[in-house]
Design a binder for this molecule. Structure first.
Ligand code: XMP
Length: 315
């Protein structure tokens, strides 16, 4: 049973002796791993750390401001790069999920590399955990999912070294370190969020208008989960915007609008999952709010598929 405080001290001095008076860059995602890695490094080397937060325009409603708030509360030296236009223009017209992932992945690396060059860093900091190390080693059955965080090839191209202070740790240990470093509780308890973001939750072609519809619906779902005390009880939850229209009736007028699917799962590590048995009254309340408040949506469905054979995401 290790002491969190000792581990923090150990990591900080390790980083100090590795980096010395060099410069370190890192990509912040708003997730716990990159934030903990950055906070440890900041403790070790202060403003010789430069963090970059790429806004790819595929984040949820209010998310940019929310995570910027977390970074500020931790005094992290960061810069937000607004690359919304670039990502959206490259995604325009693309339907295939894997192609969308690739586009978001390489565009992310491109934007980050551009910023990294300006810093002239000696190290690239990554919040790689032990399971990521194992996963990239290509164990049979392991699905390589973290394309966007894994800036493969970048250190070589920039001629800099990798710094991975969390590489022998598990998620749980990283959360405990995060807690002791003062990461806000809401941040530590956030559900996982995929690198390609809402690009894989607007099914098929992605455009700004659909992203906005999804953002509103997703926001209501998550807000109500928190209000009903259910957010911490499910492993991951989100809304998906389907590329079909269905017929409805509002007052005495026929409508022909989009469908939102709600997904909430129980899981341990995301490898298998079961649909969360959310109360009917809760689902009813969320359905009413979404249909009444989100323009362009006239139907809400709840996903009751388990993984396998379905996956957690719809794309
Ligand atoms: P699936 O849909 O494969 O999702 O059952 C399992 C977990 O992985 C997340 N996920 C991703 N994360 N990049 C990521 O960083 C991706 O391309 C990606 N695809 C899925 C998903 O949100 C779930 O937590």
């Amino acid at each position: 049973n290790w002491e969190v405080g000792d581990l923090v001290e150990e990591k900080v001095s390790e980083i100090k002796s590795t980096v010395k008076d060099g410069k370190v860059i890192c990509a912040l995602s708003g997730g716990v791993d990159s934030t903990v890695a950055a906070t440890l490094t900041y403790k070790a080397i202060g403003n010789n750390l430069k963090c970059i937060f790429v806004d790819h325009g595929l984040l949820r409603k209010g998310e940019v401001q929310e995570v910027e708030g977390y970074f500020r509360s931790l005094s992290l030296p960061f810069k937000t790069v607004d690359a919304k236009e670039l990502f959206l223009s490259r995604l325009r017209g693309v339907e295939d999920p894997e192609e969308k992932r690739r586009i978001v992945g390489y565009t992310f690396i491109e934007v980050f590399e551009e910023e990294a060059k300006k810093v002239g860093a000696d190290f690239l900091l990554q919040g790689t955990l032990y399971p990521d190390v194992v996963e990239s080693a290509g164990l049979p059955g392991a699905k390589v999912i973290k394309t966007h965080h894994n800036v493969g090839g970048l250190p070589e191209r920039l001629g800099i070294k990798l710094l991975e202070p969390l590489r022998e740790l598990f998620k749980d240990e990283v959360r405990q370190i995060g807690r002791s470093l003062g990461l806000p509780e809401e941040m530590l308890k956030r559900h996982p969020f995929p690198g390609p973001g809402l690009a894989i939750r607007v099914l098929g072609q992605v455009n700004e208008e659909d992203l906005d519809i999804l953002r509103e619906a997703d926001y209501i779902f998550i807000e109500e989960l928190k209000r009903w005390g259910l957010y911490d009880k499910v492993w991951q939850a989100f809304a998906v915007l389907l590329p079909v229209k269905t017929v409805g009736v509002m007052g005495d007028v026929r409508t022909y609008e989009r469908v939102v699917a709600l997904r909430a799962v129980d899981s341990v590590d995301g490898m298998t999952a079961d649909w969360a048995r959310l109360p009917y009254e809760f689902l009813d309340h969320v359905m009413r709010r979404i249909i009444n408040e989100v323009k362009g949506v006239n139907r809400v469905v709840y996903d009751v598929s388990s993984k396998p054979p379905a996956t957690i995401e719809w794309e």
